[in-house]
Design a protein around this ligand. Structure first.
Ligand code: CTP
Length: 403
């Protein structure tokens, strides 16, 4: 885990799960991290600072006014941490973090530090599902915060549902993984993601069920691992973290043009669900029922974005690593293997799709197919699959000499 112990600032907020932060502190310390605790006022209603002080051997930051008194430099502290982890993160502290407030040590440090940030939500199901919380969580994630959990199970109210803080051991593992290698530093990674829209007329189009969530997860992970990430993104309401450069497109032809304009590419990951065809002669005005030929849809073939870019870039970038996706309903490995050569890929990630699988829904199961073998992964979250895909990219890159 590097030459020195990672320094984690563990922010504890007011939730019944605050007592579990004691276990989390133990797990992080045991794994070799140096942990400084900061508490909100709400947290102190649940657990005494002394409990944390006894285990961490450090005094707890719990008084934001100490900054004014010059006793504790929260802003200085902010520069000393490698990771800010807020666990448990109550609905209230998530709201205050999302709005940039700084009225306690946890939010004050969050506002001043440039270190990576993670949070483990803990609250009642109703609070978790409330659109206000959904929006606040989305705001933090869009700013690059890593969310850990929540899970489902028994809640403090006695009811059961989603909102339960993730297990301390899991939080510790995920938090420590954020110190993972920046093994894509200095690499430019182009990722295509999302569906395409192929217009028939000004209001109608051909498209598919893709949400772009897999490609966005890969983009976020690649940025965390130090890459310069250029995401060529079809129409979707999802957005990557602020560290990713987005090129928004609608059609397959626009996707190819936008990607073609990017220079010095080291890795191409084509996760977009590109429409293979587009309606011939998209109309300038809305088609009316009963017009001549209304029952016939004439199509032209779209360019293959992946195959085109791979062929073009390989000519000038000997170390280029190209990853394609094969969304299949059957014969996954055979179909994925066929795409390796056909589309000029070093690696094809195959996943099974159907109306209820693959497109934006739940856990994903994939198989990475290379010329010399294959490796299955999952079922796992899209974030975990993203890390797996990038591990494979790094591995292929190590075997390919760079020009
Ligand atoms: N792809 C692309 N441009 C296209 C079609 C596909 O870049 N016009 C890319 C996808 O992003 C994905 C891979 O090619 O990485 C496989 O897509 P898929 O639609 O499964 O491939 P097809 O060539 O359509 O194969 P099949 O018809 O056998 O499904």
């Amino acid at each position: 885990m590097g030459e020195r112990a990672p320094r984690i600032l563990l922010g504890v907020s007011g939730s019944i799960a605050a007592y579990k932060a004691v276990e989390l502190l133990r797990a992080l310390t045991k794994a070799g991290a140096e942990v400084q605790i900061a508490m909100t006022r709400g947290a102190r209603a649940f657990v005494q600072p002394l409990t944390f002080e006894a285990i961490s051997g450090r005094s707890v930051l719990s008084d934001v006014l100490a900054v004014e008194r010059g006793e504790i430099g929260h802003v200085e502290r902010a520069h000393e941490v490698d990771l800010l982890l807020v666990a448990p993160a109550s609905a209230n502290v998530i709201a205050r973090l999302a709005h940039g407030m700084a009225d306690d040590p946890v939010t004050a440090i969050a506002l001043s530090t440039e270190a990576p940030k993670a949070f483990a939500p803990a609250m009642e199901s109703g609070m978790w599902r409330n659109p206000a919380t959904t929006a606040n969580v989305a705001t933090l994630e869009a700013r690059g915060w890593t969310r850990i959990g929540p899970g489902s199970g028994a809640l403090a109210s006695g009811r059961s549902g989603v909102g339960r803080m993730e297990e301390p051991a899991v939080i510790a593992e995920r938090a420590l993984a954020l110190f993972g290698a920046r093994d894509l530093a200095g690499r430019r990674v182009v990722i295509t993601a999302g569906p395409t829209w192929e217009p028939l007329d000004p209001v109608r189009l051909l498209t598919n069920r893709s949400t772009g969530s897999m490609g966005i997860a890969i983009a976020n992970a690649a940025a965390r691992r130090g890459a310069d990430v250029q995401l060529v993104l079809g129409p979707t309401h999802l957005r990557p973290s602020a560290a990713v450069t987005v090129h928004s497109v609608e059609t397959a032809e626009q996707m190819l043009a936008a990607a073609s304009a990017i220079d010095d590419v080291d890795v191409l990951i084509a996760s977009a669900a590109v429409s293979d065809f587009r309606p011939r002669d998209a109309r300038a005005s809305k088609l009316k029922r009963g017009h001549a030929g209304a029952d016939v849809l004439e199509l032209d073939e779209n360019p293959d974005v992946l195959a085109t870019l791979s062929a073009r870039w390989r000519a000038t970038r000997p170390g280029l690593v190209v990853v394609g996706f094969a969304a299949e309903t059957e014969d996954l490995v055979d179909n994925a293997r066929e795409k390796l050569a056909k589309k000029g890929c070093d690696l094809v990630i195959g996943n099974v799709v159907g109306a209820d699988r693959g497109f934006g829904a739940g856990d994903t199961e994939v198989v990475a197919v290379r010329a010399d073998g294959e490796q299955s992964f999952g079922p796992a979250s899209k974030d975990a699959v993203a890390e797996f895909v990038l591990d494979q990219v790094v591995r292929v890159g190590e075997q390919t000499p760079r020009g």
